[in-house]
Design a protein. Structure first.
Lengths: 361, 279
């Protein structure tokens, strides 16, 4: 139905300066693909989306969709939100409370000049697409939270925007509803060929939905690439923390990365040259508690918390260890307890640390 | 003795409520008495045998007709001018908006008679604008029906503006932002999102505005005078009748009851048409 002409990829470079905070980020999204922008609260994710949506005027920016320029501060171009062809789905569905589901979804097409009957027919098709067939006459307060978010998704897609911005759209949903909505968003983005930007601090969102991940930290892109690669083998300590992966930096010696905290991480080939600075990443589940005399390193327990598969133990040297409850029961893991740890070389990824790179040592 | 202190299941069956202190009943009852008893006294005092004749008298009907038409006109003016003002006030912040809001609220706290004098000095024959109106266009506002409408709009507009502005602020701008990303221009957003979301405040503000216009006395008396059929609205007719200008006090009571009935009708209509219940 949409008359998409040529390439409708999103290219955005945005600089927003606020007191004590600078956002300087670049993001690109291709049709039918989802790029995830991950970062903690305050990293500038929502500001980036607001700039793309035209809701804030950046200090410096160039935002294009295909050959349309939406924002170009150098030339004083700023297309208002209603003419940008950019949809927005936020954490809060914000379904118009005075309109039934069908009228909510029909709002976009009507605003773009379609007739009332045609818009309602379009809305009914979209409601069916998001699994709400037959609920068009429901008022928003007669819908569940998940259903309201479905209405909001249908409403955002009904005007057939070239770009869809997703601002933590699953944050307020329960686990199961969130999983269903993730599948729905992925399917609809693929089907409609919409270029989507997903902002989230949830690694699961990025892993399950995104083709490409951009890691935003204190207003800057610190890392980006294929979602699985970035999140399982992070380069930046912040990404590692976000993804729950151990990342330590040390010196290569005798086929292992050794840190000043005494952590010893054996690595297979190819390994950086001996004496080189290197960083190693390894999942917390690959770390084992071993008897005192075995190969490994000595550490102390810093604290323990519930983990994804049992108990997550934080140890000195910034190493997280995931241990099954049954195993943990046989160990004395009170705070300060001495432990000996080891990691299988096959679980460790090692790379040389660039002399001038994003990694602070 | 201790058994009375034990919490018993509430008779209403509601959960999660803490009963109000019983001592509150006394002042609350006095408040109800203060508000309701005068109306009761009015009803008791009425001479029902002549009530119909009093109410149907040409003077009374003329006053009622004038009151309703001027109040409707004043309310229409308030809607036409007050809603845009409320939208702008709700969407601006800073000291200028605060000052403007205080100025808009002024007629609310000003004695209406002061308002009447102020209107005379502005629009009277020697008024700073009125003089020019007379000289250039031959328009003389004081002591005309138009003056009644202006006086009513002056005292009633704040009710509408504050009601609508409050509703707009409560609704917030988040829905408007969503509407804009869906492709709606500013007028569409105003018409389909902003105003519908503020509808409860708009309706209650309109009703208060109309009721205030209907009961307006002081500013009207000074600025428009008390000419039967031209500027003598219900409150002025009641005042004239009560002062016994050749009219028995029974007429004043009858007219008062008519005004009470009109007010009650407005309130009932408002309750029946409250959109907050449906949403």
């Amino acid at each position: 139905m949409a008359s998409r002409k040529g390439d409708v990829s999103l290219h955005a470079r945005v600089v927003v300066r606020r007191t004590g905070f600078v956002l300087d980020a670049q993001v690109e999204a291709r049709p039918g693909r989802i790029v995830a922008v991950v970062g903690p609260n305050g990293a500038g994710k929502s500001t980036l989306l607001a700039a793309v949506a035209g809701l804030v005027v950046p200090d410096e920016a160039r935002i294009d969709i295909g050959d349309r320029t939406l924002t170009d501060t150098a030339r004083g171009v700023h297309v208002p939100p209603e003419r940008r062809d950019v949809g927005l789905l936020g954490q809060d569905p914000l379904v118009f409370p005075h309109l039934v589901a069908r009228e909510n979804v029909a709002f976009g097409p009507r605003s773009r000049g379609a007739g009332a009957r045609e818009s309602r027919a379009v809305a009914d098709r979209w409601l069916a697409d998001v699994g709400l067939a037959g609920l068009g006459d429901r008022r928003p307060d007669a819908l569940s939270g998940g259903q309201r978010q479905r209405v909001a998704l249908a409403r955002a897609l009904a005007p057939e925007p070239a770009v869809l911005l997703l601002d933590e759209p699953f944050a307020q949903l329960d686990v199961r509803t969130a999983a269903e909505l993730r599948d729905l968003v992925r399917a609809q983005v693929r089907r409609t060929g919409t270029a989507a930007v997903l902002v989230t601090h949830d690694v699961l969102d990025a892993l399950t939905l995104a083709d490409h991940v951009v890691v935003l930290h204190e207003g800057r892109v610190v890392e980006q690439g294929d979602a699985l690669a970035v999140l399982t083998d992070p380069v930046h300590p912040f990404t590692a923390a976000l993804a729950g992966v151990n990342l330590v930096v040390g010196t290569m010696r005798d086929g292992a990365v050794r840190t000043t905290d005494g952590v010893v991480l054996p690595c297979g080939d190819p390994a950086p040259a001996s004496g080189a600075r290197a960083q190693a990443t390894f999942p917390p589940s690959s770390v084992r508690f071993v008897p005192p005399q075995e190969a490994g390193w000595d550490a102390h327990v810093v604290d323990t918390e519930p983990g994804a598969t049992g108990i997550r133990v934080r140890t000195t040297g910034d190493v997280l260890v995931d241990v099954l409850p049954a195993v943990a029961a046989g160990l004395s893991l009170q705070v300060g307890a001495p432990v000996r740890l080891a990691v299988d070389p096959s679980s460790v990824r090692v790379r040389a640390v660039p002399t001038s790179g994003p990694v602070a040592t | 003795m201790t058994s009375t202190a034990v919490a018993r299941p509430t008779t209403t069956g509601r959960t999660g409520t803490v009963g109000a202190p019983r001592l509150l009943w006394l002042p609350a009852a006095l408040a109800v008495g203060l508000l309701v008893m005068p109306i009761v006294a009015l009803v008791v005092r009425a001479r029902w045998s002549t009530l119909a004749a009093d109410v149907m008298s040409p003077a009374a009907r003329e006053a009622l007709r004038l009151s309703l038409t001027t109040s409707v006109a004043a309310t229409a003016i308030c809607l036409l001018l007050g809603v845009p003002l409320a939208v702008l006030l709700a969407r601006t912040s800073g000291w200028a908006a605060d000052v403007l809001r205080a100025l808009v609220t002024l007629p609310l706290v000003l004695p209406p008679t002061v308002g009447g004098i102020a209107l005379l000095y502005l629009l009277g024959r020697r008024g700073i604008v009125g003089e020019s109106l007379d000289a250039w266009f031959g328009i003389r506002l004081p002591f005309t029906t138009a003056a009644v409408v202006i006086a009513q709009a002056f005292v009633a507009m704040p009710f509408l503006v504050l009601g609508v502005e409050g509703a707009l602020r409560t609704a917030g701008t988040r829905f408007e932002v969503v509407a804009a990303t869906l492709g709606a221009g500013r007028w569409t957003v105003l018409r389909r999102i902003t105003l519908p979301l503020a509808l409860p405040g708009l309706i209650s503000g309109t009703i208060l505005c109309f009721a205030r216009a209907l009961g307006e006395f002081g500013a009207t008396a000074l600025f428009a005078g008390n000419t039967p059929g031209v500027t003598q609205t219900m409150p002025l007719a009641i005042y004239a009748a009560f002062n016994g200008a050749g009219v028995p006090q029974g007429t004043a009571v009858a007219l008062s009851l008519l005004l009470v009935a009109a007010a009650v009708a407005v309130l009932l209509a408002a309750r029946a048409w409250r959109p907050g219940r449906a949403t």
